[in-house]
Design a binder for this molecule. Structure first.
Ligand code: IMP
Ligand code: MG
Length: 182
């Protein structure tokens, strides 16, 4: 796998340092409240587990499985809910966790769906946010790192379902991505 990597953007230490700061902010913002965390699988697995263990608040956790990508690096725009039942978050303080904010399609769709359940509040927390013009007008309330508009993998994020287990965030070699985009 090492040979596939162009460069590392954030190593494990940098990620954990940033998670400490994010967790502290969330803990302050939701003091005396109970959080209803909705994590979007699968890319959010490492982020979810490392962030939530740093938040000493009462919280409930639900995971949603959605699909907006079909193996390649471009978004399809269509967001499919693999799990039909959406958790009942009526009257609750919802925090949606996702790995990366790219076009905004996924988070906009999840947010809209959860809003129909009439929660008390909804906020969005992402590990990464790409600096770009988004297809959907959506901003995250908590952002780990802002990055340029390039495809990243590792720490939960995949390219064709691979590289999720890398303990850092990195960019793959261009020829590797070009090959599979043909
Ligand atoms: P969006 O709907 O375009 O905002 O992106 C939604 C999903 O696409 C994310 O939750 C990721 O699973 C995937 N995605 C977008 N950009 C990247 C990337 O750079 N690397 C890996 N996955 C990505
Ligand atoms: Mg993916």
């Amino acid at each position: 796998m090492r040979g596939d990597i162009e460069r590392v953007l954030f190593d494990g230490q940098a990620i954990h340092k940033r998670l400490e700061e994010m967790a502290a902010q969330i803990t302050t913002d939701y003091a005396d409240r109970e959080l209803a965390v909705i994590a979007i699988l699968t890319g959010t697995l490492m982020f979810m587990s490392d962030l939530l263990r740093r938040i000493p608040l009462p919280l409930k956790l639900n995971c949603l499985s959605v699909a907006s990508y079909h193996g390649k690096t471009e978004t399809s725009g269509e967001v499919l809910f693999k799990e039909l039942s959406v958790p009942d978050v009526a009257g609750q303080d919802v925090l949606i966790l996702d790995d990366i904010l790219d076009t905004g399609h996924t988070l906009a769709a999840v947010r809209e769906k959860l809003e129909t359940a009439k929660p008390r509040s909804i906020r969005v927390c992402v590990l990464l946010s790409k600096r770009k013009q988004r297809a959907r007008n959506l901003d995250a309330d908590y952002i780990g790192f802002e990055i340029d508009d390039e495809f990243v993998v590792g720490y939960g994020l995949d390219f064709m379902e691979r590289y999720r287990n890398l303990p850092y965030l990195c960019v793959l070699k261009k020829e590797l991505m070009d090959q599979s985009n043909q």
